[in-house]
Design a protein around this ligand. Structure first.
Ligand code: ARG
Length: 285
């Protein structure tokens, strides 16, 4: 009798998860030195609940340190006193091919962040495109391979999807968000690599859900519980996926599929309605 020792042909390994590959990321972050909640522009925010800025800074630091530990190139934009939401760097723009499409915020409280981020892009050698349409950057625009998923419904105007399509010359897929708690696309979709995503079905209208099901039949579907702590608001390098520490089912599903979930606790920044991804803007040269 011969025993087949070739691991590639055993039934056990055939059933194991695919091999994932980490790709080094370059990101922009903003330290929450002036973080607080003094206005309410999403259901997570309640100015009556006290915030602890030093705890926010300490938690943010663990995210920063995690990225450094993963070998990421992390750039920093200076926080500005009076702009408490500037920590959510994802909203500062959308950057592909060294072109930085600037943000034009929905609410007046955040509007000064648009020019502040555009100044940083300019000073750091990016080709800045000043936006015409209302948009909140990578909060609503997510690159998956060659395709741009674009959210609308609460923040970015659907006209901004056309603007992005014209600037980058890539397919842009509009997705309609319907739950005010998941007001940015990056609270309802996580990009895992060039072909895989995770999402929360109830955050989308029927039409958008049909698009997601058709394009990503193998997507991870997260639980309402995990989504309710902004568990989807995560950042992946293709193998390591930095997620909310409390998103346990998402963690399990990621592991099953060969990813390496890394939990961080950003509970203080959740009081502003943001998590891991909100604090992270990818810079693609
Ligand atoms: N307080 C901020 C706002 O409502 C949170 C932004 C979260 N950012 C994100 N990319 N989802 O605008």
């Amino acid at each position: 009798m011969t025993i087949d020792l070739d691991p590639t042909t055993t039934p056990e390994t055939a059933a194991t998860a695919p091999v994932r590959t980490a790709v080094k990321r370059t990101v922009l972050m903003c330290k929450p030195d002036y973080f607080t909640v003094v206005y309410r522009i999403n259901p997570w925010m309640d100015p009556a609940i006290p915030t602890d800025t030093s705890l926010a800074v300490a938690q943010w630091q663990t995210l920063y340190d995690t990225y450094i530990g993963l070998g990421f190139d992390v750039h920093l934009v200076d926080p500005i006193d009076g702009l408490p939401d500037m920590v959510y760097a994802a909203n500062g723009g959308f950057v592909i091919d060294n072109i930085a499409y600037g943000a034009a915020f929905t609410y007046p409280e955040r509007q000064p962040e648009g020019p502040a981020y555009m100044d940083w892009f300019r000073d750091n050698g990016f080709d800045v495109r000043v936006p015409v349409e209302i948009n909140e950057g990578e909060g609503d625009f997510l690159l998956v391979g060659d395709v741009i998923l674009a959210g609308t419904g609460f923040r970015s105007a659907s006209n901004s999807h056309e603007e992005v399509s014209a600037i980058y010359g890539r397919p842009v897929i509009t997705l309609n968000l319907v739950n005010p708690s998941f007001y940015h696309l990056d609270t309802a979709v996580a990009v895992l690599d060039d072909t895989n995503i995770a999402y929360l079905p109830s955050a989308f209208d029927e039409q958008s859900l049909a698009v997601l099901r058709e394009r990503y039949p193998d997507a991870i579907i997260v639980t309402e519980e995990d989504a309710a702590i902004l568990g989807l608001n995560s950042y992946s390098d293709g193998y390591n996926v930095v997620i909310a520490a409390r998103a346990k089912d998402f963690e399990r599903q990621l592991r099953e599929r060969g990813y390496n979930p890394i939990g961080v606790d950003l509970s203080e920044l959740l009081l502003g309605g943001g998590g891991v991804k909100c604090c992270t803007l990818e810079l693609r040269r």
